[in-house]
Design a binder for this molecule. Structure first.
Ligand code: PLP
Ligand code: TYF
Length: 397
């Protein structure tokens, strides 16, 4: 029977890393998957994480199951980070949620929850978006459609088209937004645009859903929460999916969370019971280690300061590489204006390179970029930036 199974296509992004690892050329550069690399091209474990693990190893051990929705202490620190230390939501009893295996786990739990409780709802995704978004909702049986987001000619947010689209989405549908550091474009709404977006969503009667996978990678922990806070300000219902893969460098530990802001405590209890039901039939209860690390760091003043410094260093290195790439491309006389790359935020730069140019970079230079032209800026280092710019020059020339 199993011989009838057909080969599935590789993941558009993770599949490239498989191909990269198989590439024998020593000069190869991986600018595909969104994993932070330091100036030596390494993905180090953060010092705050190593220290938290030392503390955890020295303390009492408990390998019994966590509750279905995970640790409540962890949920509290997650909410403080997303909603702000002063948020009235923290003690309101109006936030349901779960500690999930990564942001992806949170997205899938939310998708199952939506499918089960709002079977007629469509989830609206930005065009473009992270390719895993449509896959996750499709796997849960949730239909998706797209709204305009990116204005190619100006490399900016297509705010007017986006607002007009929101006004025509049927009430009761769900709209997914990237909390910050939009993947793949690197373009986020300004404070004024967030305000317009929130008002339009609120007036239209849509359920907003923020995918918050890069807090701290844009302009700072608080600055990057501007969108989340604008929804809270409007007293809006809201789903937030947090991921700590990037900002704590905990990728393989699978640590994330889903927080659902409801309008009453009673609604939150019912939502919680439905979320738990989805989790039970999915992975039963979450893995503990990554969440223990995050909670330990966020509850300890010294570890938290270390973390914020390490996160700032990662953010600054990425932003400095953005500027350097623009400078080197300009210095080499590569045709085109690349200044937009320095304005984008997060790990990625939507370069405008075409599929053919991306292929040329891979075949001739062993430089791996996602087919959409998305460059992982965090993969650039002082040692490879010149060669990357040179190759881009040939590709676009
Ligand atoms: N959402 C977006 C937009 C992402 O780029 C990622 C990255 O991996 C995730 C969610 C989920 O991350 P993870 O499941 O590794 O926590
Ligand atoms: O967009 C990225 O590169 C990251 C990592 O199926 C990732 O979000 C990519 C693809 C995928 C899971 C994670």
């Amino acid at each position: 029977m199993l011989e009838t199974v057909e080969l599935a296509p590789r993941d558009a992004i993770l599949g490239l890393t498989v191909a990269f690892n198989e590439d024998p050329r020593p000069e190869k550069v991986n600018l595909s998957v969104g994993v932070y690399q330091d100036e030596h091209g390494r993905t180090p474990t953060l010092e705050c994480v190593r220290e938290a693990e030392r503390q955890l190893a020295a303390g009492p051990s408990n390998k019994s199951y966590l509750p279905i929705s995970g640790s409540t202490g962890y949920a509290e620190v997650v909410q403080r980070l997303a909603f702000g230390e002063q948020s009235k939501l923290l003690s309101s009893g109006r936030v349901a949620g779960a500690h999930t295996p990564g942001g992806t786990g949170g997205l899938r739990v939310a998708a199952d929850f939506l499918h089960e409780n709002f079977p007629k709802a469509t989830v609206w995704l930005s065009d473009p978006t992270w390719p895993n978004h449509p896959s996750i909702f499709a796997a849960a049986g949730v239909p998706t459609k797209t709204y305009p987001y990116f204005d190619q000619p100006t490399n900016s947010l297509a705010i007017d088209e986006m607002l007009a689209a929101i006004e025509s989405i049927p009430a009761g549908d769900v709209i997914l937004l990237h909390g910050c550091c939009h993947n793949p474009t690197g373009i986020d709404p300004t404070a004024k645009e967030w305000h317009q977006i929130v008002q339009a969503i609120y007036q239209r009667g849509l359920l907003p859903f923020l995918d918050f996978a890069y807090q701290g990678f844009g302009d700072g922990l608080e600055q990057d929460a501007a969108g989340v806070r604008e929804f809270c300000q409007a007293d809006s219902e809201l789903l937030v999916c947090s991921s700590f893969s990037k900002n704590f460098g905990l990728y393989r530990e699978r640590v994330g969370a889903l927080s659902v802001v409801c309008s009453t405590k009673e609604a939150a209890s019912a939502v919680q019971s439905q979320i738990n039901r989805s989790i039970r039939a999915n992975y039963s209860n979450p893995p503990a280690h990554g969440a223990e690390i995050v909670e330990t760091i966020l509850r300890d003043q010294i570890l938290r300061e270390t973390w914020e410094q390490e996160l700032t260093n990662m953010r600054n290195r990425i932003n400095s590489m953005r500027q350097q790439l623009v400078d080197v491309l300009t210095a080499k006389g590569v045709p085109g204006d690349y200044s937009f790359m320095a304005r984008q935020r997060g790990m990625f730069s939507f370069s405008g390179l075409t599929k053919d140019q991306v292929e040329l970079l891979r075949e001739q230079y062993a430089i791996y970029i996602v087919g959409s032209g998305r460059i992982n800026v965090a993969g650039l280092t002082p040692a490879n930036i010149d060669r990357v710019a040179e190759a881009i020059g040939v590709a676009v020339g």
